[in-house]
Design a protein around this ligand. Structure first.
Ligand code: CO
Length: 140
């Protein structure tokens, strides 16, 4: 089952400018920055909540090249919400359960995500157009 909203992924063209915007408008702070070559993005995680049940984040995503999933998203839809990430405690079990509901998996097996998490994406075409990510955070 889904535990919580872990993060909202937002596609942007200029990561530094977008970070500055979120810092000034919402008074959020960058907790982590990474370049994820495998996904073709440069990203920043801004902490919204550090609640004991699990933190929640805004994930800002800038494509490394036009020919990446986020680069193609920007060309097609422009800047804006790219995906929703839900926290789960058993990502492999959730993938099997959700696949059993007829939802196609982009990632049949979890892969490495931000800040040491295991993540997997589900196909937006089977979820009302919403690209959806499952996130299992490493145990503290
Ligand atoms: Co994400």
């Amino acid at each position: 089952m889904l535990d919580r909203i872990d993060h909202v992924g937002i596609a942007c063209r200029d990561l530094d400018a977008t970070i500055a915007f979120y810092e000034s408008v919402f008074d959020l702070r960058v907790f982590s920055r990474e370049v994820v070559q495998e996904q073709g993005v440069r990203e920043a995680m801004l902490a919204v909540s550090q609640a004991p049940g699990g933190a929640s984040w805004i994930q800002l995503l800038e494509p490394l090249h036009a020919d990446t999933p986020v680069g193609k998203f920007l060309a097609r839809r422009g800047e804006g919400i790219h995906h929703i990430g839900y926290g789960v405690s058993d990502i492999a079990g959730e993938l099997a359960r959700i696949a059993g509901q007829g939802v196609r998996l982009i990632d049949a097996r979890p892969r490495h995500g931000s800040m040491g998490a295991s993540v997997a994406f589900l196909h937006p075409a089977d979820l009302g157009g919403v690209l959806t990510e499952l996130v299992q955070v490493p145990r503290a």
